[in-house]
Write a protein that binds this ligand. Structure first.
Ligand SMILES: C[S@@+](CC[C@H](N)C(=O)[O-])C[C@H]1O[C@@H](n2cnc3c(N)ncnc32)[C@H](O)[C@@H]1O
Length: 249
């Protein structure tokens, strides 16, 4: 299997040990984005951990800074895995920080507001207990599925739905795609709901589950219409694979 990186082709075994990361990411010039990636990811995680320490020390509510750490890690991984396995799309947009629209920002702001308000009025809701662990478990499962999906789909993955078949686009049915038909959507769904369970946020947990269900229900339908047109074997693959988001597929 070969991966295309701008003008050069690298074989699977060459990455990344024989090609230095900046050169493999931007063989033709600027290394600036690599610097931004490293700093944004690094600073995000450091910020979250510092907040975590401060909050735990003063208030004993580590779930909130842990949520910020999970969010920083999620966006960092979106870029990093794209740059590593889908190099031609390894641009700053791959952080998916700017393309999510208002709903995404409102959802995360609401999660933080709900966590703080409930912590103030109903601190017992925010106790560390089995609910926190269930949430953390969902976050880990979701992040792992999402990362594996992006790795296994490689250059066939894009952060948007492709409506015209691109040269070299092939149907991926191996790796995590052998079990899950939409592992990155499965991963994001359970990651996002899991963050709210971990925070002990009943309103946002239900809100995220409902909103994301509607979003992915439409997205899967739209994406599969195109995939059916691109690949004759898609309907067979559809029959033997699973979506893993309740009542979708
Ligand atoms: C954001 S990615 C999501 C991929 C997949 N739905 C998932 O959840 O892992 C969207 C792009 O992946 C492509 N895609 C989806 N499933 C695919 C598969 N099994 N093989 C190759 N490309 C796929 C679609 O054409 C679309 O342009």
């Amino acid at each position: 299997m070969t991966y295309q990186s701008h003008q050069r082709h690298f074989s699977r075994g060459e990455l990344p040990s024989q090609v230095s990361f900046p050169a493999y990411l931007y063989p033709s010039g600027s290394y600036a984005l690599d610097g931004i990636a490293t700093r944004a990811g690094g600073l995000g995680v450091v910020f979250a951990l510092a907040l975590n320490a401060a909050w735990t020390w003063r208030n004993g509510f580590p779930q909130l800074p842990l949520f910020v750490a999970c969010l920083a890690f999620f966006h960092f991984m979106e870029f990093w895995i794209t740059a590593r396995y889908n190099t031609r799309r390894g641009k700053v947009e791959a952080f998916i920080l700017t393309s999510n629209g208002a709903a995404y920002n409102i959802a995360h702001a609401s999660a933080i507001i709900e966590a703080l308000v409930e912590y103030y009025f109903f601190p017992q809701l925010k106790a560390l207990n089995w609910v926190t662990l269930v949430g953390l478990f969902l976050v880990i499962i979701g992040q792992t599925a999402r990362t594996l999906a992006m790795k296994h789909a490689g250059s066939n993955f894009s952060h948007y739905v492709v409506t015209e078949k691109e040269a070299g686009h092939r149907l991926v049915t191996e790796g995590i795609y052998a079990w899950l038909r939409h592992p990155s959507y499965f991963g994001y769904y359970w990651w996002a709901v899991g963050t709210q369970v971990m925070l002990g946020n009943p309103i946002c947990a239900l809100g995220f589950a409902a909103f994301l269900w509607m979003f992915f229900s439409n997205r899967v339908k739209h994406e599969e219409e195109h995939l059916m047109g691109f690949f004759r074997e898609y309907s067979d693959y559809r029959k033997r694979s699973w979506v893993g988001i309740p009542f979708i597929g």
